[in-house]
Design a protein around this ligand. Structure first.
Ligand code: ADP
Ligand code: MG
Length: 238
């Protein structure tokens, strides 16, 4: 089933076009990477899908319904920001519970979801710490945990590995692949790292200069790049 449809999305900031004619369909449980250089509009597109920003033209549909006609509580989407955006004055447990309390999820249910996410992410002994007391990698897990407890149908991850050192990045990459199988949700991961996209995604959306350059499986993109930009960016053999 199609979980997400983008139809001719267009967006400008102050007269400068940053997204032009972006269309895409994505299935339930698919893992899609938005791959492109800095400034190609990846984060903007992710914020539009999350409903945090509106497109100037075009439509975003989630499970067939226009996102601008869905109340926030029914959007069934959770976003992990590049900078984590954890609440600094709250403990890990409070960070994870906050959105659920607002959505009036019963307390027992909140506790159960947090316990389960903490188990999966191996942060059980960190729940009473504040973000400042944790390493970057631990904070990243909390940010992912805060998304998991919402039990969304679609995860949006903005450069989830970019703030981690090389060793932790490799480990977290493996964990994301495992996590993806456990949560049974669709995932969009934004990255500028072609190796990350190649190893994690079912399909890659290559972006450059406001537009989608190519959509395909990692093999298709690597073996049959649609143009010179894609070939260069994913390192296809000449
Ligand atoms: P990416 O995530 O691929 O690096 P972004 O979506 O962050 O790209 O940015 C795309 C373009 O839009 C860039 O030129 C950026 O400077 C611009 N941009 C992004 N957000 C804003 C904003 N809130 N106001 C003005 N310009 C923005
Ligand atoms: Mg970005």
């Amino acid at each position: 089933m199609t979980s997400l449809e983008l139809l001719n999305i267009r967006k400008s900031y102050g007269g400068t076009r940053v997204l032009d004619d972006v269309s895409l369909e994505m299935d339930d449980c698919e893992f899609v990477a938005f791959l492109g250089p800095s400034g190609s509009g990846k984060s903007t597109l992710l914020r539009i899908i999350a409903g945090l920003e509106t497109a100037d033209a075009g439509e975003v549909r989630l499970a067939g319904r226009r996102i601008d006609q869905l109340p926030p509580g029914e959007r069934n989407v959770a976003m992990v920001f590049q900078s984590y955006a954890l609440y600094p004055h709250m403990t890990v447990r409070e960070n994870m519970a906050f959105g659920l309390r607002n959505a009036r999820v019963p307390k027992d249910e909140i506790d159960a979801r947090i316990a389960q996410a903490a188990e999966v992410l191996e942060i059980k002994d960190q729940l009473d710490k504040k973000p400042a007391q944790m390493s970057g990698g631990q904070r990243q897990r909390v940010a992912i945990g805060r998304a998991i407890v919402k039990q969304p149908g679609l995860f949006l991850l903005d450069e989830p590995l970019s703030n981690l050192d090389a060793a932790l990045r490799t480990r977290t990459r493996v964990e994301l692949a495992q996590l993806r199988r456990r949560v049974a949700a669709a995932v969009i991961m934004v990255t500028h790292d072609q190796a990350e996209a190649m190893t994690l995604a079912d399909r890659i959306v290559v972006m450059n200069e406001r537009r989608i350059q190519q959509v395909g499986t990692p093999m298709e993109i690597y073996a049959h790049p649609a143009n010179a930009f894609v070939a260069r960016f994913v390192g296809s053999p000449a």
